[in-house]
Design a protein around this ligand. Structure first.
Ligand code: FAD
Length: 460
C-alpha cells in the first residue's frame, strides 16, 4: 500500500517530519511509494490576494521540481478530494503536518472522519511551529495570555532538533492507473513587480545570507526600515518553505540571536492565542472595544482610501503603505505605525486594516496579522496600553533618521535632503513640495479624540 503526503503550508522536503512518516508508512505497508498531493482549495485561493497567489504558485512549482515533477495537484474541496485520491491510490494513510488555524483544523477533522469511514487514517506529524500551539500552558493548565511568560515557558518546554532525511530517496508517484489526473499548478497572476526567489532552496539561501550579513546586529538593526536589518523570512515561514526549528537549531544565546529567537516566539505565541481563541481572527479579544465609537460613512471611506494608497500626507505612513502596494511586504516597525494610524488617527476598526494587509501581504498569516493588529489597537492579548499612540512624525525621525526609507517609496519626496520628509508639516522643506498630498488629519487632535473615545469604555 502506498501512502499519501498531503502538502498544505509545509512546501518543503527537508526537515519535514510528515514526509518521513509518509515514507516510513509506505515502506512498512508496501513498496515505499508516496503520492505527493496538493489540493487547491477555492475557499483559500479565492480569498487570497494576487501576491499570495503568485507566491503559492511559484512555491508549488519549486516543490514539484524537487519531487521530480510528481506533485499531484487537484482543484476543489479537500473534503471530497483527499479521500478520493487516497481511494484511487489505495493508500492506507494520509500524512499531514497538523494545522491549528480555525479553518484548517475544522477541515482536517472533517477529512479525518471521511477517511475513517473508508478504513483509512489521517496521520498528523509535526506542525508549522517549533512547539505546537496548545502545548505550552500555565501550571494550572490554562493558556498564557501574556507574551513574556509564554516565551519563558516556551523556552523551558524546548523543541526537537531538525528532522533528518529519509535513508533512501522516496519513490514519488502520481498514479499508475491514470485515474488521478493532475489538474496542474495555477498560473501566477501578474503583479506589476517582481517577487524575490520563492521556494525551499530560496528560503534556505535567505536564512544563510541573513545569518552571515545581519544576524549579529539584529538587536539594533531590526527597527530600521531604511536598513536591511531583518531576515525577510516571513513569507518563507508562512508557506513552510523553511521550518522554524531549522532556524532555531542555528541560534546561540548571544544578545542579538536571543532577540531573533524572541521574534520567532512571537509567531508561536500568536498561533497559540488563535488556537485557543479562534474568534479573535474577527472580533476584539478585549470585548470592551466592540463598543468603541468607530468612524464610518463617506469621509471615513475616503480616509481609508488615502491610507490604503499611501496618500495620507504623513511620509512615514505613506512610505509603508506604498511599500505594501509595490512589494507585498512591509517592515515590522512601519506595520505598527501604519496600523496605529488607521485605528488611532482615523478611528477605523482594526479589522478593516487587517483585511487589506491580508489581501496584500506575501506573508499574510491569520494568526500573526490579526493578533498584530489587535496588539496595536490595544484590544489584544498582551496589548500595548491604548494610550501608547505612535506619532508618525517622530517615529520617522527616530527609525528613518536619514529619510532614506521615505525617499525610496515616496517619489514626490525623493529630492528632499536628509530627514527632510520627517519635519513638522509646516516646515518650509515640506511645504515647498507641491505634488505631495496635504495631511488628511491633525495627529495631535486625533490623538486626543482617540483618548476621549477610549475613556467612554468600561474600565478593565
Ligand atoms: C499590524 C501587523 C500585522 C502583521 N502581519 C503579519 C503577517 O500577516 N504575517 C507575518 O508573518 N507577520 C506579520 N506581522 C509581524 C511582523 O511584522 C513580520 O513577521 C515581519 O515584519 C516579517 O519580516 P522579517 O521576516 O524580516 O522579520 P524578522 O524581524 O527577521 O523576524 C523573523 C521572523 O519572526 C517572526 N516575527 C517577527 N516579528 C513578529 C511579530 N511581531 N509577530 C509575529 N511574528 C513575528 C516572523 O515569522 C519573521 O519572519 C505583523 C505585524 C504587525 C504589527
Amino acid at each position: 500500500m502506498p501512502s499519501v503526503l498531503w502538502f498544505r503550508r509545509d512546501l518543503r522536503i527537508h526537515d519535514n517530519p510528515a514526509l518521513l512518516a509518509a515514507v516510513e508508512a509506505a515502506r512498512a505497508d508496501g513498496d515505499g511509494r508516496v503520492v505527493a498531493l496538493f489540493v487547491l482549495d477555492p475557499r483559500l485561493w479565492d480569498t487570497a490576494g494576487d501576491v499570495r497567489r503568485a507566491w503559492l504558485s511559484r512555491s508549488l512549482t519549486a516543490l514539484d521540481a524537487s519531487l521530480g515533477g510528481e506533485l499531484l495537484v487537484r482543484h476543489g474541496d479537500p473534503l471530497a478530494l483527499v479521500p478520493e485520491v487516497a481511494a484511487a491510490a489505495d493508500a492506507g494513510t494520509v500524512h499531514v503536518a497538523a494545522d491549528f488555524g480555525p479553518y484548517g483544523s475544522t477541515r482536517d477533522r472533517a477529512v479525518e472522519a471521511a477517511l475513517e469511514t473508508a478504513g483509512r487514517t489521517l496521520v498528523r506529524t509535526g506542525s508549522p511551529y517549533a512547539v505546537a500551539p496548545g502545548r505550552v500552558r500555565k501550571g494550572d493548565g490554562t493558556p498564557y495570555r501574556v507574551y513574556t511568560p509564554f516565551f519563558r515557558a516556551w523556552c523551558t518546554h524546548g523543541w526537537r532538533s531538525p528532522a533528518g532525511e529519509p535513508d533512501e530517496a522516496p519513490l514519488w508517484r502520481l498514479d499508475d492507473a491514470g485515474t488521478l489526473s493532475c489538474e496542474g499548478i495555477p498560473a501566477a497572476p501578474e503583479l506589476g513587480f517582481d517577487l524575490p526567489p520563492v521556494g525551499e532552496a530560496a528560503a534556505l539561501q535567505v536564512w544563510d545570507e541573513f545569518r552571515d550579513r545581519a544576524l549579529s546586529s539584529y538587536d539594533d538593526g531590526r527597527n530600521r526600515p531604511d536598513l536591511h536589518g531583518t531576515s525577510n523570512l516571513s513569507a518563507h515561514l508562512r508557506w513552510g518553505e523553511i521550518h522554524p526549528r531549522t532556524i532555531l537549531a542555528d541560534l546561540d544565546d548571544s544578545p542579538a540571536q536571543t532577540v531573533f529567537c524572541k521574534e520567532i516566539a512571537w509567531r508561536e505565541f500568536y498561533a497559540d492565542v488563535l488556537h485557543h481563541q479562534p474568534d479573535s481572527a474577527r472580533t476584539w479579544l478585549d470585548p470592551r472595544f466592540a463598543a468603541m465609537d468607530y468612524d464610518e460613512g463617506h469621509e471615513a471611506d475616503e480616509r481609508f482610501e488615502a491610507w490604503r494608497t499611501g496618500r495620507t500626507g504623513f511620509p512615514f505612513v505613506d512610505a509603508g503603505m506604498r511599500q505594501l502596494l509595490t512589494e507585498g511586504w512591509m517592515h515590522n516597525r512601519v506595520r505598527m505605525v501604519t496600523a496605529s494610524f488607521l485605528v488611532k488617527d482615523l478611528h477605523l476598526p482594526w479589522q478593516r486594516g487587517a483585511r487589506w494587509f491580508m489581501h496584500q501581504l506575501r506573508d499574510g498569516d491569520l494568526a500573526s496579522n490579526q493578533q498584530g493588529w489587535q496588539w496595536v489597537a490595544g484590544s489584544g492579548t498582551d496589548a500595548s496600553p491604548y494610550f501608547r499612540i505612535f506619532n508618525p512624525v517622530t517615529q520617522g525621525l527616530r527609525f528613518d533618521p536619514l529619510g532614506d526609507y521615505v525617499r525610496r517609496y515616496v517619489s514626490e519626496l525623493r529630492d528632499l535632503p536628509g530627514a527632510g520628509a520627517h519635519q513638522p508639516w509646516d516646515h518650509p522643506l515640506l511645504t515647498s513640495v507641491t505634488d505631495y498630498p496635504d495631511r488628511i488629519v491633525d495627529h495631535a487632535a486625533e490623538r486626543d479624540e482617540s483618548l476621549t473615545r477610549y475613556a467612554t469604555l468600561p474600565k478593565r
